[in-house]
Design a protein around this ligand. Structure first.
Ligand SMILES: Cc1cc2nc3c(=O)[nH]c(=O)nc-3n(C[C@H](O)[C@H](O)[C@H](O)COP(=O)(O)O)c2cc1C
Length: 124
């Protein structure tokens, strides 16, 4: 099982990061392949609602999130960990959710299979 984990706190080694690490350590010991993504280390924009993904299911914003899409496509489980900032998840966590719009469109509107051909790893 492949677990992709998004760490949405700007503080490396902070509460969220530590809790997520503990979870991933346990999952790793149970045999899962785990990968943690520190969202604040990526250079990426929130969704621009350009509409390009409406017909293709692919996001065209040329930033670091492009290398995240294949990881989403091949994950069996996606874990999201975020501290609360003003009664919500952090802005980078929200931006990650927005950028997943392309995959939501691909699956639910266009009804296309995932890019990598694996049906598992549904995000929503
Ligand atoms: C900008 C900002 C907004 C915050 N808003 C909330 C909030 O609405 N509710 C809350 O309980 N804590 C709030 N906090 C506190 C953080 O959630 C708390 O410090 C958390 O442990 C930080 O997680 P981390 O250690 O993983 O970075 C806020 C902190 C910051 C910096």
């Amino acid at each position: 099982m492949k677990i992709l984990a998004f760490q949405g706190s700007p503080r490396l080694g902070g509460n969220t990061d530590l809790l997520l690490s503990a979870f991933l350590e346990g999952a790793g010991e149970a045999g899962a392949e785990v990968e943690k993504i520190h969202l604040y280390r990526l250079n990426f924009k929130p969704c621009l609602e350009c509409g390009e993904c409406d017909t293709t299911g692919e996001c065209v914003i040329p930033d670091d999130f492009q290398k995240i899409y294949p990881k989403i496509d091949t994950a069996d489980v996606i874990v999201v960990a975020s501290p609360i900032f003003f009664y919500n998840v952090t802005s980078y966590t929200q931006a990650m959710v927005e950028r997943a719009q392309a995959r939501w469109v691909k699956k639910y509107v266009l009804k296309k299979p995932p890019t990598t051909g694996r049906e598992k790893g549904a995000f929503f």
